[in-house]
Design a protein around this ligand. Structure first.
Ligand SMILES: C[S@@+](CC[C@H](N)C(=O)[O-])C[C@H]1O[C@@H](n2cnc3c(N)ncnc32)[C@H](O)[C@@H]1O
Length: 226
């Protein structure tokens, strides 16, 4: 994709996101992005069509096996992260607020063992509370504005079972000043909120890529020890 197309896509997404926020529905724009892409992944700014490299590395380094374990993928997008978790043995539920994204996952992976579901992180789901041995989120928290940040951190944390793990992949910012999003990279104070939810930070790994050296990505591993 040319730099001009990339800029245009960025502008479109910014516009949709701000319109949704002004209408007090910060999640509304995702379905529009998926729907108006007409099945072209180049029109989805975050679509990689492969698992996130930091998740793949983590699974390999730690030799993770998900046998007899339940995993939840929050804001699963086009499903690649959910699929790799299924491949290492987890019984995976992956949800996204966008029906078009979920339909796309089902088309891409017709023989998948992953249970793809349309769902909203902000909706109550009592039966999922402390239900998952492994919870994964990549770039979903940063895709939502700061005014829902504490709520989304609370909702994300509540799914983690006792002794279960949460793995987050996110951009971070180096000050507490609110950023111009999307994305709204996380600050250190915001990350500290996970520990207020009963989670303990086990490992923090920082990444930079050659393509985007100005961006710092963190992979954070938490565990619930109740
Ligand atoms: C930036 S994308 C990241 C997608 C995927 N995790 C990835 O890394 O490719 C954020 C995703 O979160 C989903 N999302 C946003 N708000 C959500 C909510 N309240 N509940 C569930 N999914 C949500 C969007 O539809 C979108 O697919």
């Amino acid at each position: 994709m040319s730099e001009q197309n990339r800029q245009e896509l960025r502008q479109k997404v910014q516009q949709l996101a701000h319109q949704a926020i002004n209408e007090n529905n910060p999640t509304a724009w995702f379905e529009t992005v998926y729907q108006t892409s007409n099945g072209d992944p180049n029109q989805i700014p975050w679509a990689k069509l492969s698992p996130h490299f930091a998740l793949e590395m983590w699974l390999k380094e730690k030799q993770i096996s998900g046998k007899n374990k339940k995993a939840l993928v929050i804001g699963c997008g086009l499903g690649d992260d959910a699929e790799i978790l299924s491949k290492v043995g987890f019984q995976v539920i992956a949800f996204d607020v966008s029906p078009s994204a979920i339909a796309w996952c089902q088309t891409r992976f017709p023989h998948s063992y992953v249970d793809y579901e349309v769902g909203d992180l902000f909706a109550e789901n009592e039966s999922w509370r402390k239900e998952f041995d492994f919870v994964f989120e990549c770039h979903t928290i940063q895709a939502l504005p700061l005014k829902v940040r504490s709520e989304i951190i609370e909702k994300t944390s509540q799914f983690v079972a006792n002794n279960g793990q949460l793995l987050i992949i996110t951009r971070i910012r180096d000050s507490e000043t609110p950023p111009q999003g999307p994305p709204w990279a996380l600050s250190m104070n915001e990350l500290n909120e996970f520990e207020k939810q009963g989670l303990i930070l086990i490992e923090k790994q920082q990444f930079k890529t050659k393509e985007m050296p100005e961006i710092t990505t963190l992979r954070l591993e938490y565990q619930r020890k109740d």
